[in-house]
Design a protein around this ligand. Structure first.
Ligand code: GTP
Ligand code: MG
Length: 453
């Protein structure tokens, strides 16, 4: 990969007023710039305090600079970080000055892109940088950090290794088309490919969990009008997000809000009450509720403890199960001691008794939701790594190639075609890293050949 020729600069911290702001500079001109700015280039990897003097001679701010030399920096290039006071005006002046000195304003993600191009991280790690920054729950953060530390890359490397090993066996026999692969070699080959296929499928299975972590699990709050759905939503998100009123049919449109529940991020959706006798605009709302419910991951079925449980719409019957639905019996504060029994609930479903009014039972509600969310998440062995849509695209491609390779092994198909399938799988897996280092692959490949072959 050819090194960058220009030096980029950008604000690395949020724009706006803050205690500090950090401006990042990276590229071949960094050393010259640093020397120019501070009289001498600041010592590597240590904080250097000094005045930032603009080109026309005025002091823009007193700053702390940290210099890194290639390749030991985030981007792998010579870099400089300047911490100044967090004033948008100071930041603007410093950036204008840096551009006047020959820097170019960095585009979005350009520092990380350089890190990737300079081999500081593979593509899956570069993507994880964004996931780490935007994680909205403990789980999402943990998964993103694992991928950033290279966990996904390591698993993929293992899969590529398996394909390379299989390929080397096949390549060895291509030169002798008249000879059949000995039975035991074929068996080994089959096992190897099957193992890579299993690993590929295991990774693929984490895609849904990846989507949960990035977007939050869609959790729909269902129930009869006036059961207290909006009150519960407000309790969970901690604000008066949805309108609550004694009038049944208050909520017409659905209201969505992300909430952290235990280590999970849930996308709570408050909906219009399910009223079988609804007409007009209310029935439109109910139609939307059912539509929304069809694609949800989790459900909270809210019942009013003081009323008999209403029948569930048929459309929901097929969707809600004991593993995705928590029955929430609300308004238990209204139950007289030893009075009316709690409405009969769905057998086999987990239920909690709460009062949205007093907050009673909210802990067990959150606990129940959290455990349900746990149950829906796929772990990869002990690890919480997950894949994204781009990874999934290439893993599906790899899976198809591996399946086709297995079929050829089973029917003793031609070695060239088998090799081509395996190369296809390798290429697809390599796309997830961003590239396959062909030289390394080839080195490995030939290292496993016997001398004289
Ligand atoms: N006593 C008591 N009243 C509650 C409780 N939860 C909700 N309410 C009251 O019940 C009424 C309806 O509450 P909402 O939260 O608007 O109910 P909803 O299910 O969203 O109603 P719709 O949007 O009309 O379907 C309001 O007057 C709430 O104050 C509770 O736990 N105890
Ligand atoms: Mg409501």
């Amino acid at each position: 990969m050819s090194p960058s020729t220009d030096t980029i600069a950008a604000l690395a911290t949020p724009s706006g007023t803050a205690a500090l702001a950090t401006i990042r500079i990276s590229g071949p001109d960094t050393y010259r710039l640093s020397s120019q700015l501070f009289g001498a280039a600041p010592r590597l990897r240590s904080a250097t305090h000094g005045d930032y003097v603009g080109r026309e001679g005025s002091i823009l701010d007193d700053v702390v600079a940290t210099r890194y030399a290639a390749p030991h920096s985030y981007t792998g290039e010579d870099s400089l970080e300047i911490s100044c006071h967090g004033s948008p005006l100071i930041v603007h002046r410093i950036l204008v000055d840096l551009l006047a000195r020959g820097c170019r304003a960095a585009g979005p993600g350009e520092f990380t892109q350089r890190a990737f191009l300079n081999g500081r991280m593979d593509l899956s790690q570069a993507e994880a940088v964004m996931d780490v920054i935007s994680a909205r729950s403990d789980r999402a953060l943990a998964a993103a950090q694992q991928v950033l530390r290279g966990a996904l890359g390591r698993h993929l490397a293992k899969l590529v290794e398996g394909v390379v090993a299989a390929l080397s066996t096949v390549e060895a026999y291509i030169d002798f088309p008249e000879e059949d692969l000995p039975l035991e070699d074929r068996k080994r080959l089959e096992e190897r490919i099957a193992e890579v296929l299993r690993g590929t499928e295991q990774l693929l299975a984490t895609e849904r969990t990846g989507a949960y972590l990035r977007e939050g699990m869609a959790t729909v709050i269902l129930g009869a009008p006036n059961a207290g759905k909006s009150s519960l939503m407000n309790r969970i998100v901690g604000t008066e997000r949805a309108i609550v009123s004694p009038e049944p049919g208050t909520t017409r449109d659905f209201i969505e809000e992300v909430a952290r529940v235990g280590p999970h991020g849930l996308r709570l959706v408050d909906t219009a009450g399910l009223n079988p006798d609804a007409a007009g605009i209310e029935s439109v709302g109910i139609g939307k509720t059912l539509e929304r419910a069809a694609g949800a991951d989790l459900y909270m079925l809210v019942l009013d403890a003081t009323r008999p449980a209403p029948p569930l719409p048929d459309a929901l019957g097929g969707r809600i199960t004991p593993s995705n639905t928590l029955v929430v019996v609300n308004k238990v504060d209204l139950l007289a001691e030893g009075g009316r029994p709690v409405p009969s609930i769905l057998p086999g479903f987990q239920s909690v008794r709460v009062s949205a009014l007093t907050g009673d039972g909210m802990d067990s509600l959150l606990d129940g939701l959290s455990r349900m969310a746990d149950g829906l998440q796929q772990t990869f062995g002990d690890e919480r790594i997950t894949i994204n849509v781009r990874h999934s695209h290439f893993l599906v491609e790899a899976r198809a190639c591996l399946q086709s390779a297995l079929a050829k092994v089973a029917t003793n198909g031609p070695g060239e075609l088998l090799a081509s399938d395996l190369r296809g799988a390798m290429g697809a897996l390599g796309e997830i890293f961003g590239k396959v280092d062909n030289e390394r692959v080839l080195d490995q490949l030939f290292a496993s050949f016997c001398i004289g072959k």
